[in-house]
Design a protein around this ligand. Structure first.
Ligand code: GUN
Ligand code: ZN
Length: 434
């Protein structure tokens, strides 16, 4: 057995602390000790008391005032869009045609996919993200590239091949039948292989025929523990287009529901312009919304209503949505979530932001029995947030009087998002000098 411990300030969530910051939902230690055995969380408690019960030979890494939290979980991101970051001036549908599709076409070259996947995974780790739900491209080998890059660090990772059989450039189009067949082959190759989870990934309703969506639903039914990952109700023009393309559906969500894609483990990115009926149906089905504030602001798409989603029982995690989004950091993403909620008269505490970036993401992916918290037996995926990063961040952190305030500073202050170290399954996979 290999065992070691991390000492420092430690915080994790046991459930959603809600808008009123339920203190019983949080466990936090100013001087805590997290004991890891064989890649899993074995014990957590106050350092001095716990150390007395442990062998003196136990190796302990001391992170001083830095904050040890569960590894972040990014519930919606596109790895082939790294080079689409900062594409100027368009809303969703133009942005897709002008920037995104040309960039994704480059992934017909496996070497482009491999290089980008490695860069992407390194960037996740540099930002303390240990799990992500990832859009690849229509090319099956883009999925191999991503899962192989994640396996180098033994990361728990969800990903899938994009399904897209209409309203896209010829060189990015599959067919209903080839999309089904290639997705099935990828499920057989990757789902449950190490820490990999396959996600059935229709891009969004407008780029799939009813037949493609139906076959995706059939696949989801054949493999119920795979994820389903798509976009929903992001932009008003998109929603009007869906209404024209699917006149038989009651609403946007109903397009997916009719195809059998509304179910547990379905993750819908954005969910900005939904009716109560749609939120109710999402909540009842046990599916999740990915809250992507940097993308929703950058593309001018709208404001996610967290209170409404949670009232309807919808699971919610954070998504960076690179490259519509603007940052790999889930701390910065939490900071933008705070501002989006402020505009709607809602607040977001530091602890609730931590929840959304960790356990809320794990619940969204139905992986909260494995990741997202430091409960005993969980896989030891860990981020150590640097209390500093820039002179101004260090100065502001120095006057914070609680872990919650330090967390909030890490969301809001430029440069306070730096990560000191990242661990996957108990192994240090990224470290920055103190
Ligand atoms: N809707 C369909 N495809 C995309 C995409 O790549 N990014 C975003 N933000 N929305 C989409
Ligand atoms: Zn997206």
């Amino acid at each position: 057995m290999t065992a070691f411990a991390l000492r420092g300030r430690i915080a994790h969530c046991l459930r959603d602390p809600g808008p009123d910051n339920d203190p019983d939902a949080i466990e936090a230690f100013e001087d805590g000790l997290l004991v890891i055995e064989d890649g899993r969380i074995a014990q957590l408690g106050p350092a001095e008391a716990l150390l007395k019960t442990l062998p003196e030979t136990l190796p302990v890494t001391h992170y001083d005032a830095h904050l040890i939290v569960p590894g972040f979980i990014d519930c919606h991101v596109h790895y082939p869009q790294v080079d689409v970051l900062a594409s100027y001036g368009k809303q969703l549908l133009d942005w897709l045609n002008d920037y995104t599709f040309p960039s994704e076409a480059r992934f017909s070259d496996r070497a482009v996919a491999d290089e980008t996947a490695r860069f992407f995974v390194d960037e996740l780790l540099a930002n303390g993200t240990t799990t992500a739900l990832v859009f690849c491209t229509v090319h099956a080998h883009s999925v191999d590239a991503l899962f192989e890059a994640a396996a180098r660090y033994n990361l728990r990772m969800g990903a899938g091949k994009v399904l897209m059989d209409r309203h896209c450039p010829e060189n990015l189009c599959d067919t209903a039948e080839s999309g089904y067949r290639e997705s099935r082959e990828l499920i057989e190759r990757w789902h449950g292989n190490g820490r990999a989870h396959y996600a059935i990934t229709p891009r969004f309703a407008p780029t799939s025929t009813n037949e493609q969506l139906r076959l995706a639903g059939e696949l989801a039914n054949e493999f119920p523990d795979t994820l389903v990952h798509t976009h929903l109700a992001e932009n008003p023009d998109e929603i009007a287009w869906v209404g024209e393309l699917f006149p038989e559906a009651d609403d946007y969500l109903d397009v997916y529901k009719r195809a059998g894609l509304l179910r547990e483990r379905s993750v819908f990115a954005h969910c900005l312009h939904l009716s109560d009926q749609e939120f109710t149906n999402m909540g009842r089905a046990g599916c999740a919304a990915a809250f992507c504030p940097t993308s929703n602001l950058f593309l001018g798409s709208g404001l996610f209503d967290l209170a409404r989603a949670r009232t309807h029982g919808v699971r919610v995690g954070l998504g960076t949505d690179i490259g519509g989004g603007t940052s790999f950091s889930l701390l910065r993403t939490g900071g933008e979530a705070y501002k989006v909620l402020q505009l709607q008269g809602q607040s977001l505490t530091g602890f609730r932001a931590l929840y959304l970036a960790t356990l809320g993401g794990a619940e969204s992916l139905h992986l909260d029995d494995k990741i997202g918290s430091f409960r005993k037996g969980m896989e030891a995926d860990i981020a150590v947030i640097k209390m500093g990063g820039t002179p101004v961040a260090a100065r502001r952190h120095a006057i914070a009087t609680s872990i919650e305030e330090s967390l909030f500073v890490s969301l809001i202050v430029d440069g306070a998002q730096r990560i000191r170290a990242t661990y996957a399954m108990g192994r240090e996979v990224m470290t920055h000098d103190p």
